[in-house]
Design a protein around this ligand. Structure first.
Ligand code: MV4
Length: 477
């Protein structure tokens, strides 16, 4: 009897332990995502430590956290990327975990490793998985071995001759890509054999300069595909679910996304199911944990895996609206060792969500980033509108960081309702003091291509040629 009681007591102790989430999390980021993480922590009853640069002293993310520490001067290299200062802040404040957000240190495998070395949980996947997915050629090899359809192409190329032979075999046009890349840096479109040698050299040089890794590989150029990505979530007990897809085809030539939506419009049920299945299979193959995104190119009914992002993404709110889930809370829970506690069957998409990114950029000046002080701010609200932002009237926009000011998310029972709400929200939006991309978002939303959901990665230039100049996007062929 006594023994029995002890066992019961131990069981309940263990289950309490299993449910023990972090006590304190350091938020290694700034701007809207720092606020977003702080909100998730507060709702979970987790205390927070903010870090900030001298340029961000007056930022909202500093005020929202339980504690806040300056980690260096304005330039990110000396503050938000300053690993020794961030780790020592976490240690001094007794944080159990660090949430990296997106950008900065989010996909730095070495940083994830350093966190672990100091007994701090990194809220993200394992360092080996971050490293493997960060190398695009490795990621494609791993996914291909797991049975995922990847963009036809080569592994790392060691000579021009090898590139020429491969290109001849697959047929032009082809695309050279940097293995350390992503985001288009070190990418070269090649339409004829005569142009390959020069493109090979300049792709290598750009990759070497940008990433200190000049290795490139070759792919068949997919003409006018859609960029569709699948959100995934895995726990440390082997459970993986997908949380649907997002269409992110509306991007600037600089590969900055402008509008994202979930679900993807004009996708057949078969293609959607294939995407979801491939994403889950891929995650199971690499033992993926935490939140992640698999990027695919979709052309007609052909689906090709392109790369995987091992972080929470800017556009995660459209998925949250459609699936009624809090992805940042889920990230924190699974990083603390909790089980997902639900399966694929418990997740259903409902309605439609669209996100517009509002940037501090001057469309009349080639989208040059704007810094300065905001003289007036009035944010939209009302039915179906969510705004994730760090801006306020009187706040300053430092010159050192990403130009994104706000994400406006519109949700509705149908795509039409979401579009109407977004248009209404954009009309309500007042941001004065710096030039913003509000008008460009309105222009995009008003276009026939967007309204019909018939768009691909070549869509933007045809709508915004006036602002961007001609021939801005070589991939619109
Ligand atoms: C491609 C492609 C066409 N074919 N790969 C752009 C950024 C980088 N992540 C990969 N990118 C592309 N890879 C093949 N084989 C077209 C693009 C591309 C693109 C992709 C998604 C969204 C917008 C884009 C704009 C231009 C080119």
């Amino acid at each position: 009897m006594t023994v029995r009681l002890w066992i019961t007591a131990l069981h309940s102790l263990r289950s309490i332990e299993d449910k023990t989430i972090f006590r304190k999390v350091l938020i290694a980021n700034r701007g809207e995502i720092a606020l977003r993480i702080n909100r998730a922590c507060q709702e979970l009853g987790v205390r927070t430590v903010a870090i900030f640069s001298q340029a961000d002293r007056e930022s909202l993310h500093v005020r929202g956290a339980d504690e806040a520490f300056c980690v260096g001067p304005g330039p990110a290299q000396r503050s938000y990327l300053n690993i020794p200062n961030i780790i020592s802040t976490a240690l001094v404040t007794h944080c159990d975990a660090i949430h990296p957000g997106y950008g900065f240190l989010a996909e730095n495998a070495r940083f994830a490793e350093i966190c672990a070395d100091h007994g701090i949980a990194f809220i993200g996947p394992r360092p080996e998985v971050i490293a493997a997915m960060g190398d695009k050629a490795t990621a494609k090899r791993v996914m291909s071995e797991a049975g995922v359809a990847t963009t036809p192409g080569t592994d790392i190329l060691t000579s021009v001759e090898e590139a020429q032979a491969a290109a001849d075999a697959m047929g032009y046009p082809v695309l050279l890509k940097a293995t350390a890349g992503g985001g288009g840096k070190g990418m070269r479109e090649v339409h004829a054999r005569a142009d390959l040698e020069r493109a090979f050299a300049s792709a290598q040089a750009e990759a070497e300069a940008g990433f200190k890794d000049g290795r490139v590989y070759l792919e068949k150029l997919i003409l006018r595909p859609r960029h569709i990505e699948v959100q995934v979530l895995g726990d440390t007990h082997g459970n993986v679910v997908h949380v649907g897809e997002r269409d992110c085809s509306v991007q600037k030539p600089s590969h900055q996304k402008l509008i994202e939506e979930a679900p993807a419009p004009n996708l057949t049920a078969a293609a959607r199911e294939a995407l979801h299945k491939m994403a889950v299979r891929a995650c199971q193959a690499v033992g993926y944990t935490n939140a992640g995104t698999l990027e695919f190119l979709v052309s007609n009914d052909d689906i090709y895996f392109m790369e995987m992002n091992t972080r929470i993404q800017v556009e995660h709110p459209v998925t949250e609206m459609v699936y009624n889930i809090d992805l940042v809370k889920e990230q924190i829970r699974v990083a603390a060792g909790e089980s997902l506690g639900y399966g694929q069957g418990d997740l259903t998409a409902r309605g439609h969500a669209i996100e517009c990114r509002i940037n501090a950029e001057d469309a009349k000046n080639n989208f040059a980033p704007q810094a300065g002080r905001l003289t007036n701010v009035a944010l939209p609200g009302g039915p179906g509108i969510r705004v994730d932002t760090h801006i306020y009237a009187g706040g300053s926009i430092p010159p050192y960081y990403d130009s994104m000011l706000a994400k406006i998310v519109a949700f509705g029972a149908t795509r039409e309702i979401a579009i109407a709400r977004m248009e209404r929200a954009l009309r309500e939006t007042v941001i004065e003091g710096v030039a913003t991309t509000v008008d460009q978002c309105r222009e995009l939303l008003a276009s026939a291509e967007f309204r019909q959901g018939h768009y691909d990665i070549g869509f933007l230039p045809s709508v915004m040629t006036a602002s961007l100049g001609s021939g801005a996007n070589a991939f619109s062929a």
